[in-house]
Design a protein. Structure first.
Length: 360
């Protein structure tokens, strides 16, 4: 497994095309607006190296038997599902932010089980493709972004009915050795900080949408891929010299980007869905379930820090005993713990899929 520093250095080796304010950012790893989000992902590596968090942060791979970071794991039991939520709460407490590896982890588990059932029906080789890819990810402890949300265009129309076909990621050419894809994915959490991307459909599809029913993996610096960095409130304050106030959470931060695909070639070995439109909905639903479960952990950990900060601010201002303040803090705690309970409950009620991993 990589250390936090090794992770940061691994990003420098990528030729990721990052744009911000209409200009290409050459050294995006050290950019003051981007670096806080990199620190968040680095924490997922740092805690995996800490013996006191070994039970939550590391696990034996079901594919290789090696010890791996839980963020690259296929859930093998309800205990795994519960430990996932606990791990996410821990990281939310440590960063008070989004640590950006959850989307990839949820994509791994959704694609793993869905490809098994596609192969079962059609005799395709998507599941074997995916197992080889995930083994590569685990062996190298990579961060992988799960890319699902398309621009969508006119939401009352299916992908094939859009005036602009690029409103959904789609296949524009099928070759003997792979496919060529175009389109975009919006609001992609941690996309710039990831080594690879997994692309998935965003809605259920019909037969006319076969070219849009596609799932695949590709490196973040693939030829034809462009990242347009997403803006956040007060983000330019981090660019100001000696900025020390109104910069939010200065050490850690979230990140998202618009990912543009301009005729990107995907070799056959990295394709996990290619026209089997009736399985698009299954992949979306399974991913969405895992990702709502994730919120029962990560958002609760962030909530812990926000509640603590609010209580401290009340104490600083001498109003910690005021009933209005106490009522609000109690309500915050109530909402936070209820959300956590939902994450634990759906985990404990998990079940084994045909592929062998566990679904919430």
């Amino acid at each position: 497994m990589m250390t936090a520093q090794e992770y940061v250095e691994s990003l420098r080796k990528l030729n990721t095309r990052v744009y911000m304010f209409g200009e290409k950012i050459e050294n995006w790893v050290d950019h003051p607006m981007i670096r806080p989000s990199i620190n968040c992902v680095a924490m997922t590596y740092a805690l995996a190296q800490d013996p006191q968090y070994a039970d939550l942060m590391t696990v034996k791979s079901s594919l290789t038997g090696h010890t791996i970071n839980r963020f690259t794991h296929l859930h093998q039991s309800t205990e795994d599902l519960i430990n996932k939520v606990k791990m996410q709460r821990l990281l939310g407490q440590k960063t008070a932010s989004c640590f950006q590896r959850c989307v990839g982890m949820d994509a791994f588990n959704a694609v793993f089980s869905t490809t098994y059932e596609i192969d079962e029906k059609y005799g395709t080789h998507y599941h074997e493709n995916f197992k080889k890819f995930l083994t590569f990810v685990q062996d190298n402890d990579l961060t992988v972004d799960g890319a699902m949300t398309d621009p969508k265009g006119d939401r009352s129309k299916a992908p094939s009915q859009q005036a602009d076909p690029d409103m959904y990621v789609h296949v524009v050419e099928r070759r003997a050795d792979g496919i060529v894809v175009c389109g975009a994915k919006c609001h992609q959490t941690g996309s710039i900080n990831s080594h690879w991307h997994i692309f998935m459909p965003t809605i259920s599809m019909g037969e006319a949408d076969k070219d849009w029913a596609v799932s695949f993996a590709c490196p973040t610096d693939a030829e034809g891929m462009y990242m347009i960095y997403g803006r956040q409130s007060c983000d330019t304050r981090k660019l100001e010299e000696d900025a020390s106030i109104d910069v939010g959470n200065p050490k850690f931060g979230g990140q998202e980007a618009l990912v543009v695909l301009d005729h990107v070639f995907i070799p056959n070995e990295y394709i996990f869905l290619n026209g089997e439109y009736e399985f698009a909905g299954m992949m979306v639903e399974r991913f969405a379930g895992y990702h709502r479960q994730s919120y029962g952990g990560c958002k609760v950990g962030v909530g812990d820090t926000l509640i603590g900060a609010a209580a401290l601010a009340a104490e600083y201002n001498g109003v910690e005993k005021a009933s209005a303040v106490k009522d609000k803090l109690i309500e915050m705690i109530h909402l936070n713990e209820t959300l956590y309970c939902c994450g634990i409950a759906c985990s404990s009620q998990g079940f084994k899929t045909k592929a062998g991993n566990y679904q919430i």
